[in-house]
Design a binder for this molecule. Structure first.
Ligand code: NAP
Length: 313
């Protein structure tokens, strides 16, 4: 397979890069200074694109690669891949489901605890010597809080299971009710938000879910409610979230993702009721290696004409 051209869109993982390099003719998009010259020279040999949550395969890239057969994404979310166009052109698409579910769910629980109990602020309090001047303020109890989940899929269900161990009643919103679950279903996000203490975003980013958390939802969550976002930044109307936090219309937020990553609204930096993470939901060595193995497994399956491991298109 050494002659098959594979284009990696970003230096997303060094183990993945190394393993791709061993097996394929790997092109690194971020090292190409002159894209036009590069595409003129190599576009006919590139048969696969490896993308991730930050840079996938849009229509422009697909059009620049006439020999493209497969997009193998180092992510479960495929909002950066033009799925409709891939389908139309017969280009296969794969992602990395399941292997990252536990890490993302762990992180969601971590964000809930950190945000409600002020763990990051406590850490800053000790490091800056403030403890010597007095005890830390009281925070908000997590156990038993009502958790509402938008998107009861693999990750949403794993979050629910974990939150149940903290005696949290679980409810959810998704396009269809899940009769197999014992959790309470609400047919709209506003209803879910008005019946929970902690609203968690865990659905895929699509045209229907862009800004699924808007001003109305934030107001339904209310001044005692917390927002946790481990989905994608554009799920939340960010200026509305900033306003709700600054004006005290919600109690706090734990955010792993942002609308315009890696840019984060500066108004959030001064708020102690907000916990900000740099999109690290699946960011452990173990999980990123498993994701890399899945990306490679899909490419190897495709080029040896075997069934794909995790096909989406
Ligand atoms: P999944 O198993 O496909 O679950 C997604 C759930 O969302 C499904 O239950 C689906 O249920 C629901 N859903 C789909 N469209 C919806 C809509 N329009 N409105 C409401 N709910 C909707 O996916 P997953 O593996 O749990 O991953 C979920 C998302 O997490 C990914 O797409 C990705 O964006 C994000 N993620 C983030 C990180 C991170 O690092 N922060 C890491 C991994 C994944 P219905 O079909 O019934 O609507």
């Amino acid at each position: 397979m050494e002659t098959i051209g594979v284009l990696m869109t970003f230096p997303m993982n060094s183990y993945l890069e190394q393993e791709l390099d061993k097996r394929f003719n790997l092109f690194r998009m971020w090292t190409i200074p002159q894209k036009t010259d590069f595409f003129n020279k190599h576009s006919n040999s590139i048969r696969a694109v490896v993308g991730y949550a930050g840079a996938g395969a849009d229509r422009e890239l697909i059009d620049a690669l006439p020999a493209l057969e497969i997009v193998s994404s180092f992510s479960v979310g495929l909002d950066k891949v033009d799925l409709g166009y891939c389908k139309e052109k017969g280009i296969r698409v794969t992602n990395t489901p399941d292997v990252l579910t536990e890490d993302v769910a762990d992180l969601a629980i971590g964000l809930m605890l950190t945000t409600l109990r002020g763990i990051s602020e406590c850490d800053r309090y000790v490091r800056s010597g403030l403890w010597k001047k007095g005890d830390f303020k009281l925070t908000t109890k997590f156990s038993g809080k009502k958790v509402g989940i938008i998107g009861l899929g693999r990750i949403g269900t794993a979050i629910a299971k974990r939150a149940e161990a903290f005696n949290c009643p679980i409810s959810y919103y998704s396009r269809s009710e899940k009769p197999e679950s014992n959790y309470k279903y609400f047919p709209s996000v506003v209803e879910l938000a008005s019946h929970c203490d902690i609203l968690v975003v865990a659905c895929p980013l699509t045209e229907q879910t862009r800004h699924i958390v808007n001003r109305e939802v934030l107001d339904a969550l209310g001044p005692k409610g917390f927002l946790i976002n481990i989905g994608r930044g554009p799920h939340v109307d960010e200026p509305e979230l900033v306003a709700a936090l600054v004006e005290g219309r919600i109690a706090g937020a734990g955010l792993d993702v942002f609308e315009n990553e890696p840019h984060v609204p500066e108004e959030l930096f001064g708020l102690d009721n907000v916990v900000l993470l740099p999109h690290v939901g699946s960011g452990t060595v173990e999980t990123r290696n498993a994701m890399a193995d899945l990306v490679i497994g899909n490419l190897e399956a495709h080029f040896s004409k075997k069934p794909l491991l995790t096909p989406v298109v």
